[in-house]
Design a protein around this ligand. Structure first.
Ligand code: SF4
Length: 150
């Protein structure tokens, strides 16, 4: 069962490179310049996109024709820390909620670390290490489409 990450509409911007000290948000909105880092499969599990793939306005328009892109893809953007409502003061609350939800629902983490384009800068990885990565494939940013069609 996919774990909801965060409400859509949260403002975040272009993803940073891994060598500038800026952390990346691995559950960001679809915006031009964001990176496509995963595709949600029919089983609700995210298939990682391990190569760096930047999206543009055309991609967002096309992907949006059948619902919120964040329900079917995962994007990475810049972690804006205190400017994000998911920020707890010193960390991201999303991955903590996801890990707690998995424990509650007795969801087994992935056996291996998925290949990932942003591990060098990822906020969740910097916060929880491989534990975050093993949970990451269960995270769907926006589940509104599934909820409407259910
Ligand atoms: S939590 Fe791990 S797998 Fe997920 S985006 Fe971050 S580095 Fe990649």
């Amino acid at each position: 069962m996919p774990i909801p990450a965060q409400p859509s509409g949260q403002r975040q911007t272009r993803p940073p490179r891994s060598d500038d000290g800026q952390r990346s948000c691995p559950s960001a909105p679809a915006e031009p310049g964001a990176l496509l880092i995963g595709i949600v499969g029919d089983d609700g599990i995210v298939q990682p996109v391990p190569t760096r793939l930047e999206i543009d306005a055309d991609f967002i328009t096309l992907a949006g024709k059948t619902g919120a892109p964040e329900a079917r893809f995962r994007f990475a953007g810049k972690c804006v820390e205190g400017k994000c409502r998911q920020w707890t003061g010193n960390s991201c609350g999303v991955i903590e909620r996801v890990l707690a939800g998995m424990a509650d629902q007795k969801i087994d983490p992935a056996a291996n670390l998925p290949r990932c384009a942003i591990r060098g800068s990822c906020r969740w990885y910097s916060q929880r290490g491989g534990e975050a990565c093993r949970a990451c494939i269960y995270v769907v940013t926006d589940q509104r489409v599934e909820e409407v069609s259910a």
